[in-house]
Design a protein around this ligand. Structure first.
Ligand code: PMP
Length: 404
């Protein structure tokens, strides 16, 4: 065997020894609360899913399938090149204009730029804005793509503790950098809590800094019209740089950055993950316009209300279970979003529990270090507006059975 294979094989065994092996599972059919998923034996069985980020249940909405087909008929398949070469279509332009208009009340002179994924948008923003004259102040629980963006940046990097405004203030006060960039998730992806954005923006204003907000999990879900965290808090400032993903509540794929026009102009010139990659399918950009319409209209409003009702039902049920069984030592994270983590503790314990749930036909992923801190392995329960009350009740009943 070659030395590389031996080397990797040893690493895989070490991962397995810590109960940290991750495995791929292929689903059949459309995304939704009930999906046919193939097991290790290759056979598919229907599972009740509590793991998708398709929060509004739009991925399987017939209007999106129709819009995709319409887009494919109008624009064909792939974009054929990067945006700056020949991949930029009028569909991308319309999507960007619509998003810029969405955020005009929040960011003066807002312009939007579309990306193929949120990961690439985060690399673009941090890689391009975080030059050698900058200092990045990065929240401790930021998503991996923001962390990788920080790694790519030439800027000095300072980390502040989770929602620790006092520590952040101290770091900003001590900073000598000409450009200061505060970067945070709006909704923390493994905890479900919401960043104190008004306070962070106030600090940005006070210290001549900029606030970069990754609203991957808030877009479509928060705010009366689903415009996310900026709408929820009614934030207004040219110091805001918003990144949103379109593969979660929007039900398709892609991402966007909205910021003051000079910032987006600069990203087009300098962001490597924008310049050196093929533009997303124009048909997807076209269908995303339908997504945006669904998010802000009555259907979106109804689904957001439904999500909140499901969140309440789940939290009430789990709180009652924890009250009956305090010896379990589990903790329900304080979340007001569809991301509802149940903190279990050990890696093996959480994986045993996830396996027991799956045995009963429920898929709830166990999340382990390094994605979350050691000793805080958890079930990351995510809710979709298309879950029924009975689905939540079944999860509660199966959890109860798994520990009795
Ligand atoms: N930011 C956050 C907070 C995320 O949770 C994710 C996806 N898990 C991303 C960015 C990346 O977005 P995408 O999946 O569109 O690459």
């Amino acid at each position: 065997m070659s030395s590389l294979i031996e080397h990797l094989d040893a690493k895989l065994r070490a991962i397995a020894a810590q109960d940290l092996t991750r495995s791929l599972r292929a689903a059949e059919g459309p995304t939704g609360p009930r999906q046919r998923v193939r097991g290790a034996d290759g056979l598919a069985r229907e599972l009740l899913m509590f793991c998708s980020n398709d929060y509004l249940g739009l991925a399987a909405h017939p209007r999106l399938a129709h819009a995709l087909a319409e887009g494919a008929a109008a624009y064909g398949g792939g974009s054929g090149a990067s945006h700056l070469i020949s991949g930029h279509s009028v569909a991308h332009e319309r999507l960007e204009d619509t998003l810029a208009a969405w955020y005009a009340p929040h960011i003066p002179r807002a312009r939007a730029l579309s990306f193929s994924t949120g990961y690439m948008a985060n690399l673009a923003v941090l890689g391009a804005l975080g030059d050698a004259e900058a200092e990045i102040f990065s929240e401790a629980l930021n998503h991996a793509s923001l962390i990788d963006g920080c790694r790519l940046a030439k800027a000095k990097l300072s980390r502040y503790g989770h929602c620790d405004l006092v520590q952040l203030r101290g770091l900003l006060q001590a900073s000598q950098a000409r450009i200061k960039l505060i970067v945070t998730d709006a909704v923390f992806s493994m905890d479900g809590d919401i960043a104190p954005l008004p306070e962070l923006l106030a600090l940005a204003e006070e210290f001549d800094a900029w606030l970069i907000v990754d609203d991957a999990h808030g877009f479509g879900v928060l705010g009366a019209k689903g415009r996310g965290a900026l709408e929820l808090f009614d934030l207004k400032s040219e110091r805001l740089v918003l990144i949103g993903t379109l593969g979660k509540a929007a039900g398709l794929s892609g991402a966007f950055v909205v910021a003051e026009a000079t910032i987006t102009d600069y990203l087009v010139q300098a962001a490597r993950s924008y310049i050196f990659t093929t533009a997303s399918l124009p048909a997807v950009a076209h269908a995303l316009l339908t997504s945006l319409e669904l998010i802000e209209n009555e259907l979106g409003q109804q689904r957001r209300a439904r999500l909140r009702a499901l969140q309440r039902r789940l939290r009430t049920g789990i709180a009652a279970l924890l009250q009956r069984r305090p010896e379990l030592g589990w903790k329900l994270a304080p979340s007001e979003t569809p991301v509802q983590p149940l903190i279990i503790g050990g890696n093996a314990e959480v994986m045993r529990l996830a396996a027991a749930l799956e045995q009963e036909g429920l898929r709830v992923p166990g999340i382990r270090p390094p994605t979350v801190p050691k000793g805080e392995a958890r079930l990351r329960i995510t809710l979709c507006a298309t879950h029924e009350d009975a689905d939540v009740d079944r999860l509660l009943a199966v959890l109860e059975r798994a520990v009795s």
